[in-house]
Design a protein around this ligand. Structure first.
Ligand SMILES: [Ca+2]
Ligand SMILES: [Ca+2]
Length: 462
């Protein structure tokens, strides 16, 4: 939210602040159903989900559609994570176009993978020297970055997009990509070079289905491959039949085929003319990530990532998965008695996030009536106090601690003072009464006009 950051430094530019607030994607969402968890990010527009399970946590790599986009205007990638599939922590943007000195624009759909303790993120960007789409690779020492350019040049370039990385059980890694064709290379163990040349996967109707009326493109394959292995079967899930796209898939006995078309995964739904698959298993369930235009102001260039839980059929085929607003059920509960980041959110109403001077992110752009839902907080026999880490360049306000809904039972109210700056942090605490059992925690922010305060983290005591 570059506009917002500049706005924040111009504290006195009140008129500018109102104008920028009108551009904010989630500034004025309509009231949402109590259990809505899709789309899973409400603070910005997100697209092209690429989930990765690492050390018991789901990391979600996405693109970022800029507010008000009328094209695929994307300058950075974002990272989120969750350990319960409903509360998602915002890790900000550890990778952007400027990370690649040779890249011009178009931070489009990529995928990250872990190997030997390093994280490799493959992304398509325009190579400034050629004006063509190329695949770059960034590397980091942990899943949330920061990522650096691993090569200082493209890994591979043929003008096509949408890299998907897959490491087979024998250790051989593959990078697939392509629109309108479908390509792969065999990555070397360093994950930043390849052997055996650039290989083209034959787009046969046996392998990828028949496109109705297709002439230029006879098969359903359009873009966005997502390759993985389950048991001994290899899956390629892809965006099919532009436009609008649906999601379809093929399977093969090996990572390079031969592929057999298997059918539709997700029909054309959801007011975005593109879609993009991401499939994982996590804590005993299978999950399908995709995107749509479901946020206020959403559409084909202002997309949002969502997720559904699904179960494979007994023969390994994938059932039809429909978009929902409810999303998957929570896996386990959230512990409110340990430090929780304020940017760990099931549903945000009216707030945005930014980099915190204390590391990570904080919640900001808080105005009277804004709120955050944190799903399934396990209070057990009860909480006694609530503490939040806050900052305010203005006069502060109040945090109302509510349960079940933004207007649900009020169990505590903390007063936030002015602290002399938006990144001048202090703790505020208040008594809590009546917070028992496992409940959906709502932090509702109240006060006067304008921006009230920021919140970095919070914690209850038992
Ligand atoms: Ca706000
Ligand atoms: Ca934080």
């Amino acid at each position: 939210m570059q506009t917002s950051h500049r706005r924040r430094t111009a504290v006195l530019a009140v008129a500018f602040a109102f104008a920028a607030a009108a551009l904010s994607p989630a500034a004025e969402p309509s009231p949402s159903p109590a259990q809505a968890d899709n789309p899973i990010i409400q603070t910005i527009y997100t697209a092209d989900p690429a989930p990765l399970v690492h050390n018991g946590r789901v990391y979600l790599y996405t693109g970022h559609d800029e507010d008000g986009s009328t094209w695929f205007t994307m300058r950075e990638w974002r990272v989120w994570s969750s350990e319960d599939m409903v509360n998602w922590t915002d890790h900000g943007s550890p990778l952007n176009i400027d990370t690649f000195s040779w890249a011009r624009q178009d931070a489009w759909a990529g995928q990250a993978v872990e190997r030997n303790g390093k994280f490799y993120w493959y992304v398509p960007v325009v190579n400034d020297a050629t004006g063509r789409m190329a695949i770059g690779v960034a590397v980091a020492d942990n899943p949330t970055g920061p990522f650096r350019d691993a090569l200082g040049r493209p890994l591979v370039e043929n003008g096509e997009i949408d890299p998907s990385v897959f490491i087979d059980t024998d250790g051989q890694a593959y990078l697939y990509w392509g629109n309108p064709n479908l390509w792969y290379v065999k990555l070397n163990a360093d994950m930043t070079s390849y052997s055996g040349g650039v290989n083209r996967i034959p787009l046969t109707t046996q392998g990828f289905g028949v496109r109705p009326g297709g002439t230029d493109r006879p098969t359903l394959y359009e873009e966005g491959p997502w390759v993985y292995k389950r048991g001994s079967l290899y899956y390629m899930v892809f965006a099919a039949q532009c436009c609008s796209e649906h999601i379809a898939y093929s399977t093969a006995p090996g990572p390079t085929g031969p592929w057999t078309y298997r059918g539709t995964v997700m029909p054309t739904q959801g007011s975005s003319f593109t879609n993009h698959p991401g499939v994982i298993d996590y804590k005993g369930s299978s999950y399908f990530f995709y995107h749509n235009g479901a946020l206020p102001g959403g559409g084909g260039f202002t997309r949002s990532v969502a997720v559904e839980r699904f179960t494979y059929n007994a023969d390994g085929t994938i059932p039809i998965i429909n978009m929902t607003t409810a999303g998957p059920p929570q896996v386990g509960t959230l512990n409110p008695f340990t430090r929780q980041e304020a940017e760990t959110i099931a549903w945000a109403n009216g707030v945005e996030t930014e980099r915190s001077s204390e590391g990570g992110m904080n919640v900001g752009w808080i105005e009277n009536g804004d709120w955050i839902k944190v799903e399934g907080a396990a209070f057990g026999s009860g909480a006694r106090t609530f503490t939040a880490r806050v900052a305010s360049a203005t006069a502060g306000g109040r945090i109302e601690v509510r349960l079940d809904g933004p207007n649900g039972p009020l169990v505590g109210t903390c007063t936030v003072p002015g602290t002399g700056g938006w990144q001048v942090w202090t703790n505020v605490s208040c008594p809590v009464s009546g917070a028992t059992g496992t409940r959906d925690l709502h932090l509702k922010f109240t006060g006067g006009g304008g921006y009230l305060f920021n919140v970095n983290s919070w914690q209850f005591t038992a």
